[in-house]
Design a protein around this ligand. Structure first.
Ligand code: SAH
Length: 260
C-alpha cells in the first residue's frame, strides 16, 4: 500500500468510527429490494448499522441482488419485532418524513440535522427512522422521535424512494463528518438519557396524570402526544430524569393522601 492509500485508509477508519454510532432503522419495509438498495446506499457512504423492524419477506434473493456487494451489511443487519428494541441505547431519535404532519413537530432541514447529530451528539448512539414505503412513519412512530427531518424536494412531487432517502441522508452524515476535519469540538458533558428511559418516564407521567385526575381517560385528546413533544424537545439527562421521576412519585403519593 502506498502512503497516500495508507493515509486514505486511516482517515476512512476515522470517518467510519464516527459513523458507527448511527443506526439506520427501516420500519415494516414491504419491498425486500429496498432493504438491499439501502445496504448499498449505506456502505458507499461508510455506514454499517442496519436495523430492520418487522420487515416483510426478508431475507430474500432480491434484497441480496439489490445490495450488489453490500450483502455483508444485510447479513449483519439486526432484526427486531418492535421499535422499542431497535431504539435501545439511543439518545437521539430522528424521524424522516416526506410531508408535514397534522401535529407539528420540531422539524429540521436535512443538512442541519446531519451536522447537529454528528457534532452535538458525538459518541452517542443515534437512530434515524425510515417509514414504510406507502404509508411512511405512523403517528406512534413519530411520537418516538426528537425531531423530524425532511429532505427538500419538489413540493408537487416530494416522496423519495425509501433507499434513495437513505442515500441522501447517509451522504449528508458523511459530509458532516468530513467537513469537521481539523475542527475540534469539545464533547459536551450533557448526555441525554436513552429512548427506553424516556418511554418509562412517559408511562409513569401518564399514570400520574390519571392519578391526579388531570388526564381524563374518556377524553385524552392529544395530551400525551403534546407532552411527549415537550419532553423530547428538552432531552433530559440522567440527573434531570431522576428529578422528574421523583416529582411524579411524590405527586402520586400526595394524590393518595399519604404525601407526608
Ligand atoms: N407517503 C409517505 C411516503 C413514504 S416514502 C409519506 O408521506 O411519508 C418511505 C420513506 O422514505 C418515508 O417514510 C421516509 O422515511 C423516506 N422519505 C421519502 N421521501 C422523503 C423526504 N422528502 N424527506 C425525508 N424522508 C423521505
Amino acid at each position: 500500500m502506498n502512503s497516500k492509500a495508507a493515509q486514505d485508509t486511516r482517515s476512512e477508519a476515522q470517518v467510519a468510527a464516527r459513523l458507527s454510532h448511527i443506526r439506520i432503522v427501516l420500519i415494516n419495509t414491504t419491498h425486500p429490494g429496498n432493504i438491499g438498495a439501502t445496504a448499498r446506499a449505506m456502505k458507499v457512504m461508510g455506514l454499517t448499522n442496519l436495523h430492520l423492524v418487522s420487515p416483510q419477506g426478508f431475507p430474500c434473493a432480491e434484497a441480496t441482488a439489490m445490495a450488489s456487494g453490500a450483502d455483508d451489511l444485510l447479513q449483519r443487519a439486526t432484526l427486531h419485532d418492535s421499535l422499542d428494541s431497535a431504539l435501545e441505547g439511543c439518545s437521539l431519535v430522528l424521524g424522516t418524513s416526506a410531508r408535514m404532519r397534522s401535529l407539528p413537530m420540531p422539524q429540521m432541514d436535512l443538512r442541519a440535522a446531519a451536522s447537529s447529530a454528528m457534532h452535538e451528539h458525538e459518541g452517542q448512539d443515534i437512530a434515524i427512522l425510515f417509514g414504510q414505503e406507502r404509508a411512511g412513519l405512523t403517528n406512534d412512530e413519530i411520537y418516538r422521535c426528537h425531531q423530524l427531518v425532511h429532505i427538500d424536494t419538489n413540493p408537487e412531487y416530494g416522496s423519495l424512494n425509501l433507499s434513495q432517502a437513505v442515500q441522501v441522508m447517509a451522504y449528508e452524515l458523511r459530509m458532516a463528518v468530513i467537513g469537521e476535519a481539523g475542527i475540534n469540538i469539545e464533547p459536551s458533558d450533557w448526555v441525554p438519557v436513552d429512548a427506553g428511559q424516556m418511554e418509562l418516564f412517559f408511562t409513569h407521567l401518564e399514570q400520574m396524570l390519571l392519578d391526579i385526575r388531570f388526564l381524563n381517560p374518556e377524553q385524552p385528546k392529544r395530551l400525551m402526544a403534546r407532552l411527549r413533544r415537550l419532553f423530547n424537545r428538552a432531552r433530559p439527562d440522567q440527573n434531570e430524569m431522576n428529578i422528574l421521576r421523583g416529582i411524579l412519585a411524590a405527586s402520586q403519593r400526595a394524590a393518595k393522601g399519604d404525601g407526608g
